[in-house]
Ligand binder design. Structure first.
Ligand code: GLU
Length: 289
């Protein structure tokens, strides 16, 4: 009797154990699947039917908040919309584009936290950044320059190489590091965004604002007493960025960018946003089809 009871107990115990193992395996597969979707940007955007782009909201011509529509507008916003439509076509999925404003300092962290799926935010491809994010091919060629008051007498970045001068830059950009190379004696003050940097320039906290020429052209159109000087002293090729090791997404984005450059969409957007910018010839920005 005792033997039978023991045997029965043994059978029940192994059945319970088997059920637990199966349940465990089921949970593990669900978690792995969830993590995979979390990690794989392309799978994630296809699943939600949307690409959330991190864009600038303080950078005229590229991404600037339109107070009437409460939506950012600019070359990068239009390019992101065209990219989204093209990626949808390529992957045979329905995709819409959503936008989240980012600053130069916050953008990589927001990408890492998956608050956004991709960045199209005047971000220069640099070897340091390429260690932590995946860049697409270049979609815009900029270069660092200086914005100064027209009567300042400052001609180039070399003129700033004096402790009596202060160069204003924006936090999280490549500008401070690059300025130090060309004007090591100048003081540098870093502001949170371009609106406050421009304000600081106007109030005399610095004699020059330095960042990419294309961004400075945008500021100059709104501030006619200021102009760009000295041409460009760096190369700043812009790339869209995805989290690190996101080959499938980056591949789709590169394919989409190539198509938009070949079918004329890219050049149409360049003309739309840059045809009327004093000092800039938009034809120089066109890509050869
Ligand atoms: N392109 C430069 C950079 O990536 C300056 C502009 C910006 O940060 O938005 O740092």
């Amino acid at each position: 009797m005792e033997k039978i009871r023991k045997r029965r107990f043994g059978i029940i115990a192994s059945l319970v154990l088997a059920a637990l193992i199966l349940l465990g395996a089921f949970w593990a597969s669900v978690t792995i699947d969830k993590n995979k979707t979390h990690q794989d940007t392309l799978a994630r955007v296809e699943k939600k039917g949307q690409i959330t782009w991190g864009v600038k909201a303080d950078t005229k011509l590229f991404g600037l908040m339109d107070t009437k529509t409460a939506q950012p507008a600019g070359f990068e916003i239009d390019l992101a919309k065209a990219m989204t439509a093209q990626i949808a076509k390529q992957t045979n999925t329905k995709l819409s584009a959503a936008f989240v404003p980012v600053s130069s300092a916050s953008r990589i962290q927001l990408l890492k936290n998956t608050n956004i799926d991709g960045l199209i935010s005047t971000m220069t491809i640099t070897p340091e950044r390429a260690k932590i994010v995946d860049f697409t091919n270049v979609y815009f060629n900029a270069g660092q320059s200086l914005l100064v008051k027209k009567d300042s007498g400052i001609q180039s970045v070399k003129d700033m190489n004096d402790p009596k001068y202060t160069v204003l830059v924006v936090v999280g950009t490549t500008a401070a590091q690059e300025t130090k190379k060309y004007a090591p004696k100048a003081k540098i003050i870093a502001l949170q965004d371009y609106a406050s940097a421009m304000q600081a320039l106007k109030s005399g906290q610095g004699q020059a604002l330095s960042t990419d020429n294309a961004i400075l052209y945008g500021l100059a159109t709104e501030n006619p007493e200021y102009h760009l000087v000295g041409g460009v002293f760096t190369k700043a090729p812009y790339g869209m960025a995805f989290d690190h090791n996101q080959k499938p997404m980056t591949k789709q984005a590169n394919r989409a960018l190539k198509t938009l450059q070949e079918n004329g969409t890219y050049n149409r957007l360049v003309e739309k946003w840059f045809h009327n910018v004093p000092g800039l010839d938009w034809h120089d920005l066109e890509v050869n089809k």
